[in-house]
Design a protein around this ligand. Structure first.
Ligand code: FHN
Length: 422
């Protein structure tokens, strides 16, 4: 399928909800607990006897994503511990064959679709239960078996749950932390794997973590734009960067303005934010995360126009490569001839944007529709917006919607000192 066509819904969405849930959720020490505490496989497997999250409600999860303004979800079908939240013919270490006796992936997919959300599946290639993962030369058969298992399970996921919109691979690196794409692709037989995925799910968006480039880049815990024309998605936790699985006592949650600023910064570079929730042992989203998501949803309901399907804007934004200026107030997004100025810091009565090369027709405050007087001086390239409310209407981020005569262009400064004597 044509790349732009395939990516259209993804680029319109800009915001997705990531869900980390698995056996590790029971221990509340994060999703790496098995490895970080070197819990032997047989001992770790006993967790499955008491993994029966009665409050796991996929409909409620999907509802939360909708409330947050997310347009898609990505769910951990299996993390590095190898425990599958789906039925698998090639493993008994699954939620369908142990205490829970539930196919959480099936429940999730159905709920997501019903809520009108696009469906993403996360799958960890590596599986810590295989000695051959850690020592492939010493245990070549085990290493082979792990790769075979990954191929078989990805096939199951791509076959048994109807249309899947995103495949989010993870854990493609070696135990020696080798992230060389060629070696990763050779180890996992990624080309063969992804050919199979594409034949089963035409139109699926595949991430870049199996060793082959595929459709999207996935910067983690940071927002970093790819080259124009290439899709990308920053995945990030609401809490601090150490853990994606639920941790009960974590004082390090990001604030709503911080989270919105990450979303906007992604939108500025034509990328998405995939924001993670760590599900509690009982199967819920904790209040700290839920409250933040709801606040983001509230903001998006008023300002979503500036985010959905956003394009890059030439006006100075936040730390744009190759430009010395950093716009104190915040970055711009764009849609056609409309520029959206995201005020991360409220400037008071007047906002000044320099190096504007395109005449302006109209300025409004996006959330209220209030029209604001302005002056655009073609000679200096300055846009002054006046009579703004003294206190910011939104306590997090306010957006000025600026209608230009044509696509807003940035004026280049041929003589960098000219402005001093102007
Ligand atoms: O090791 C994982 C981590 O637990 C988490 O799942 C994140 C999400 O992108 N990915 C890995 C590290 O890149």
């Amino acid at each position: 399928m044509d790349y732009d066509k395939k990516m259209a819904w993804f680029n319109e969405a800009r915001f997705g909800m990531f869900i980390h849930f698995g056996l590790y959720s029971l221990l509340e020490h994060g999703e790496w607990v098995m490895y970080e505490e070197r819990i032997p496989a047989a001992e770790y497997a006993k967790l499955a006897d008491r993994f029966a999250p009665v409050n796991f409600n996929a409909v409620a999860l999907a509802d939360q994503a909708v409330q947050a303004g997310a347009k898609y979800m990505v769910f951990t079908t299996r993390h590095h511990d190898g425990f599958c939240l789906f039925d698998s013919k090639v493993s008994d270490f699954t939620s369908t064959k142990t205490a829970a006796k539930r196919d959480f992936v099936g429940e999730y997919v159905e709920a997501a679709r019903k809520a009108g959300l696009k469906v993403g599946l996360y799958y960890s290639l590596l599986d810590w239960r295989f000695p051959g993962y850690f020592e492939p030369e010493k245990y070549p058969e085990s290493s082979q078996a792990m790769v075979e298992q990954a191929h078989a399970q990805v096939r199951e996921l791509m076959t048994n749950y109807g249309k899947i919109d995103i495949l989010f691979y993870d854990g493609g690196w070696t135990a020696q932390a080798d992230l060389n794409p060629e070696r990763m692709a050779a180890f996992w037989r990624a080309r063969e794997l992804n050919d199979m995925v594409k034949s089963l799910q035409p139109g699926i968006i595949i991430n870049n973590r199996s060793g082959t480039l595929e459709d999207i880049d996935t910067p983690e815990q940071r927002v970093a734009a790819s080259q124009a024309g290439r899709g990308w998605e920053s995945c990030m936790t609401i809490g601090d960067f150490v853990t994606w699985g639920f941790v009960r006592h974590n004082p390090n949650y990001k604030t709503v303005p911080q989270l919105l600023q990450h979303l906007i910064t992604a939108a500025q570079g034509e990328g998405n934010l995939l924001l993670n929730v760590g599900i509690t042992p009982e199967g819920r989203i904790c209040n700290e995360e839920s409250e933040r998501l709801n606040a983001m949803g509230q903001w998006l309901r008023q300002n979503g126009e500036a985010i959905r399907g956003s394009q890059r804007c030439e006006l100075i934004g936040h730390a744009v490569t190759g430009q010395v200026d950093i716009n104190l107030q915040g970055p711009w997004t764009r849609k056609g001839n409309i520029g959206y100025w995201h005020l991360f810091r409220w400037p008071g009565r007047e906002a000044v944007q320099i190096l504007v090369d395109t005449p302006v027709r109209k300025v409004t405050l996006l959330s209220t529709g209030q029209e604001l007087p302005f002056n655009y001086d073609k000679a200096s390239g300055k846009l002054r917006i006046y009579n703004m409310p003294f206190t910011p209407p939104d306590s997090a981020v306010n957006v000025l919607r600026v209608e230009f005569e044509s696509e807003p262009k940035r004026r280049s400064e041929r003589d960098l000192a000219e402005w001093i004597t102007a």
